[in-house]
Design a binder for this molecule. Structure first.
Ligand code: ZN
Ligand code: ZN
Length: 149
């Protein structure tokens, strides 16, 4: 959705739920969607996430962070959190509906094509191939290659 519209919506929600000393900003995260910064009284949403996703999903994400702000840091995602989220009109969205920002690398196995997205290079081998061709033991041959996205 549009960034300006999203910021406006977030600020309206902060007002509506009486979080008057709270602030909103866009962050540059790629591995999480939003965050509640309790020590600073701020909520943030990933800029790229907003650009990639629908208004409905952005709205639910903002309400998710607002529910954190209202519940406090110790509550986590338990029963009380879910109750609060429903109370303020938010819904849990399924991860499937969400379009995530691209990660930095695509890791892939040259042998079988198995692949995943990641932020960091690391030295791990393809589990499938190790199981199939190396009796389940780590094998240099099946180490994932990394391609910058
Ligand atoms: Zn959360
Ligand atoms: Zn493989």
């Amino acid at each position: 959705m549009d960034l300006k519209k999203c910021e406006k919506m977030a600020r309206e929600f902060l007002q509506k739920f009486d979080l008057k000393n709270w602030d909103f900003f866009f962050d540059r995260a790629k591995v999480r969607l939003g965050a509640c910064h309790f020590a600073k009284n701020k909520i943030s949403i990933s800029r790229e996430f907003v650009i990639l996703n629908s208004e409905k999903i952005c709205r639910d994400l903002i309400l998710h962070e607002i529910a954190h702000a209202l519940c406090g840091a110790k509550i986590g995602h338990g029963k009380n959190f879910k109750k609060k989220l429903r109370e303020i009109g938010g819904e849990n969205f399924s991860k499937k509906e969400v379009r995530m920002p691209a990660r930095k690398f695509t890791a892939f196995c040259e042998n079988c094509g198995e692949n995943f997205q990641t932020q960091k290079r690391c030295k791990i081998a393809c589990r499938k191939c190790c199981r199939k061709f190396s009796n389940g033991k780590f094998c240099e041959k099946f180490i994932f290659k990394f391609l910058e996205n």
